[in-house]
Unconditional design. Structure first.
Lengths: 447, 447
């Protein structure tokens, strides 16, 4: 497996009264067995393509062709999308920061200053465009596209842009009109890839949404899916929940939160290449389970940095968090960090060491320090920080979240509460007096 | 003032049972008056240079000279430091992303892969070095320096590096030997700026630690301090806590957490240029107040992105958070986002709008949606996202944190719990068998 999971330092036997009791964990694991059966049934029955896609022979040629087409004419690719449409792509980009291909710029917000900052210094004549919106109606993403497309067409011509662009969006329902993004793309000739049906935004990391940016960043989509498939294979064939990592993880989360009143779940990778993974996980966990007053709140962190920022609170603040640390296996790697004589005495502990040794020591020291204070720590270890490991961890946490939802009695796939805010934002925009940026009463610009 | 603070939608009268009652807020404000007196006494008595420095005539010429020296010979500057030594610099960098000066790269971790990734593609012959460690003994920062300095000296020669480097560290105590970083810098001729005495790392944003990176990024240190001084002036001359923004903020935080059992404090800027501010705030709040089982846990977010990631949980998950939103004043600014005819019907709400109008609508919709669910929302509004606003907000939150510490009976300036972890990491490193990265039994490299 591309990772291991160790929950031993979450147990009462290891850390005392802040840990989960054997009885509570066993009860959750017992409930996880039928939850697993339901999950397996959904995967086999075609009701969960977000996971099943990892084991399918799904054709990756559209991703490959699109990536090659964009790479051929782009130094930079502007990726418009937010939430589930951006976070997995950002994870893949971090895996290969020295990628020789086009640079990806993820525009997730609609701050006018940030938008112009992101474009400053780019040669729009060599910039490509990837627009991602599942619904095809996301106000932020549409607005970015409406602002940007005329500039890109001016810089590289209508045909030039079409050759350097792609759109990912849901296919229209039978008989329905296409959504605005899809219609716009069709009208002006931007190639369209389907947002594969039945896959929600935050579960789209193994689909076109995640894997096209991955491929543009030099990460092989096939290897990512292979990593995810290893987790799926274990899930489909494992004998019981305790032996299946995502089920064990779900049971742990639910049991310890209930028994010890935990309200927060910290996700702290120690690997820079997995830094954005904590943000991806935070959306997955929060949006899937934040319903009916339930769910712990995810907190994204980064080691070693947050040892110098959050650790004081974690050790001596309220005991209300489950800590998930992601370790690398860096022993003996990296540059020499041996102290020069000119630094003087007191540094013997660094003598003969490499940077990876220090990272290994810091990882373990953080775990032990938390444990000494009775705080529950779960550890994932990644032998390699590559696309296979990313695919595996993403599959793990998607399965863990779905199983946790089952244990909590929460439907994990919707996000009904945010719809009201979207409607309200549109109403506010429509009702603004004076239309200060007005382009005329009809309001329709032409592209 | 470079900002306004609005706490109205935190009150019980506005949001019902999740809001703070007048009685609870008044009680906290009453306690804040003597806390304010103590804070004023500390500032006037020279015991709080972290804040007082904003109103001093402190000489900024060392920052100016160092910045000019580095800018003259560097395309890139590698900044080694972590926690309080990096987070404020990262905030300033975000204010001017199109800076024509050298690019700053903050190396905060000791992941060997991340370290090499950060260096990849840089011309070390045109790279400068800034090493920041208050104590001069930070293991991560020393290790980075030991790994990097030989490479930089190889690329640009010993004198070349000295001309393109600077170190910020505490001056040695009278009669004491200099700490390793300071000794190393002295031995190999790297210019040293003092970490101004009496200023802790996370309170160092208005000192050399924050303002040298600021200046390198084209942000005027004087203007930052002017922004902070406006807050300080209000604090020194205000008549009572309710009329002084940081005192009101501290009272609100303490009162609502106590009365309503809140455990978390979300910080969500809607301005990309203030995105790293949430991480800076998170360290300040967590490390200052995370003691004796007290303090709410800070959570860094970013609008509009986290509307598509965390908002579902905030609306329908547990009611256990105070939300602080930072709004811009973007109405009528930014590019046109009017829908083209080719996008089809259903987009009238965007007609005649600019991107800033959408941001304004999103900001307000988020506040109103949270309020409709009875969640407490505090709003800061920044007329401009510049150095003055950053200085003012940093001074606000330093004062708010110190006053909250007083109200909670917490000493905000230490971080005693993390010391055990630092010792443990060193012990682990020293005890590693085999010394896999060994450079010989003596372990002393030469620079």
């Amino acid at each position: 497996m591309p990772y291991t999971q160790d929950i031993e330092t979450c147990r009462e036997t290891a850390i005392g009264g802040g840990g989960v009791s054997a009885a509570a964990l066993d009860a959750a694991l017992e409930a996880a067995d039928p939850a697993l059966d339901r999950l397996r049934g959904d995967i086999e029955g075609g009701r969960l393509p977000a996971l099943a896609i990892a084991r399918s022979d799904a054709d990756l040629s559209a991703i490959e062709e699109t990536a090659q087409r964009l790479a051929a004419s782009c130094d930079d690719v502007l990726v418009l999308g937010t939430g589930g449409s951006s976070l997995s792509g950002i994870c893949y980009r971090a895996l290969n920061p020295v990628n020789a291909g086009p640079r990806l710029h993820f525009l997730e917000n609609v701050d006018p200053e940030g938008f112009e900052d992101a474009l400053a210094g780019l040669d729009l004549g060599r910039a490509g465009l990837l627009v991602v919106s599942k619904s095809g109606t996301t106000a932020e993403t549409l607005s970015q596209a409406f602002a940007l497309i005329p500039r890109l067409r001016a810089a590289r011509g209508a045909d030039g842009l079409a050759g350097a662009a792609a759109v990912i969006s849901d296919p229209p329902a039978p008989g329905a009109a296409p959504a605005p993004l899809r219609r716009l793309a069709g009208e002006i000739g931007l190639p369209i890839l389907d947002h594969e049906p039945g896959i929600g935004g935050r579960f789209a990391c193994l689909s076109n949404v995640g894997l096209l940016p991955a491929r543009l960043c030099g990460i092989d989509p096939k290897v990512v899916r292979q990593g995810a498939a290893q987790v799926l294979d274990g899930l489909m064939t494992g004998t019981n929940a305790a032996a299946i990592a995502p089920a064990l993880g779900a049971a742990l989360n639910v049991a310890i939160a209930r028994e010890r009143g935990l309200t927060q779940a910290v996700m702290m990778p120690y690997l820079d290449r997995f830094a954005p993974f904590a943000a991806w996980y935070s959306q997955l966990w929060a949006e899937s389970l934040g319903k009916d007053g339930k769910a712990t709140t995810p907190i994204a962190a980064l080691g070693t940095r947050d040892q110098h920022s959050q650790l004081q609170l974690w050790l001596d603040g309220p005991s209300d968090k489950l800590y998930t640390l992601i370790f690398g296996a860096p022993l003996g790697t990296g540059p020499d960090i041996a102290p020069p004589e000119s630094a003087g005495p007191g540094l013997d502990y660094l003598a003969g060491r490499r940077m990876g040794d220090l990272l290994a020591a810091e990882q373990e020291a953080t775990r032990e320090t938390l444990v000494a204070r009775g705080r529950p720590v779960r550890v994932f270890t990644l032998p390699r920080s590559d696309g296979r490991a990313m695919g595996a961890l993403m599959a793990h946490f998607m399965a863990e979240t779905i199983i946790a939802g089952d244990l909590l009695g929460i439907e994990p796939f919707g996000q009904p509460a945010v719809e009201a805010g979207k409607v309200l934002a549109r109403q506010k925009l429509a009702a603004m007096a004076g239309r200060p940026g007005g382009v005329g009463p009809g309001g329709a610009a032409t592209l």
